[in-house]
Design a protein around this ligand. Structure first.
Ligand SMILES: Nc1nc2c(ncn2[C@@H]2O[C@H](COP(=O)(O)OP(=O)(O)OP(=O)(O)O)[C@@H](O)[C@H]2O)c(=O)[nH]1
Ligand SMILES: [Mg+2]
Length: 192
């Protein structure tokens, strides 16, 4: 019998994390629909989206986990961070302590996760150099920073291009090397 292998959402896994209301879900919506989501409801637990990013001459599939920023869901973050390739720490205010707290949460789960710092809602800021301490910290920790607005779309493509670049730079595994838990194998129907 023939089989098809369905990639699990744990492959090319991207997680957005950050405080409630910083604009994580709107960022994902802007990426996927190329427009601003006017009425965005607070996320419960996490939302999952699969998307293919156009990068150079290829389509890079990514699995996005958009986590809830409300404090009551903080204890779930380590679960969503398992097997993550890139973590996008989103924030709209330059509160270094809170940003460092998220960086530590990610590093505690797996220090090899690539972390991007994402400033959101830059349409609200006249001057983004108001984040000097954040940039200083980012360069010290060798973390890439991005400035985005889901309203104007500014910086969103650049951010996800870098995500795709990061994902394609991860050495491809042979199918035999992938952990069984990351694959779902289904019998192939004769007509499919
Ligand atoms: N000015 C401005 N407002 C934004 C932007 N992105 C999102 N918002 C607004 O910010 C609010 C929260 O956006 P969400 O994307 O739902 O925030 P979230 O981070 O997903 O929030 P939780 O799911 O509660 O963690 C909404 O009222 C949006 O309209 C942006 O780029 N600029
Ligand atoms: Mg949300």
């Amino acid at each position: 019998m023939k089989y098809i292998i369905v990639m699990n959402p744990q492959i090319n896994k991207i997680v957005l994390l950050g405080e409630k209301g910083v604009g994580k879900s709107c960022l994902v919506f802007r990426l996927c629909k190329d427009r601003f989501k006017v009425f965005s409801e607070t996320t419960i637990g996490a939302a999952f989206v699969s998307y293919k990013i156009k990068y150079k001459d290829q389509l890079v599939p990514i699995n996005i986990w958009d986590t809830a920023g409300h404090n009551m869901f903080n204890h779930l973050l380590p679960l969503y961070l398992r097997n993550v390739d890139v973590a996008l720490i989103c924030f709209q205010h330059p509160n270094l302590k809170k940003i460092q707290n998220y960086v530590n949460i990610v590093k505690d789960v797996d220090p090899s996760i690539k972390i991007f710092l994402v400033i959101t809602k830059i349409d609200l800021w006249a001057d983004h150099t108001l984040f000097p301490k954040v940039f200083e910290y980012a360069s010290l920790e060798d973390l890439k920073t991005f400035k985005t607005s889901s309203i104007s779309g500014e910086g969103v493509q650049e951010l996800f291009n870098s995500v795709a670049e990061e994902v394609v730079s991860i050495p491809e595994m042979n199918i035999e090397d992938l952990p069984l838990s990351s694959l779902t194998i289904l019998p192939k129907r004769c007509c499919s």
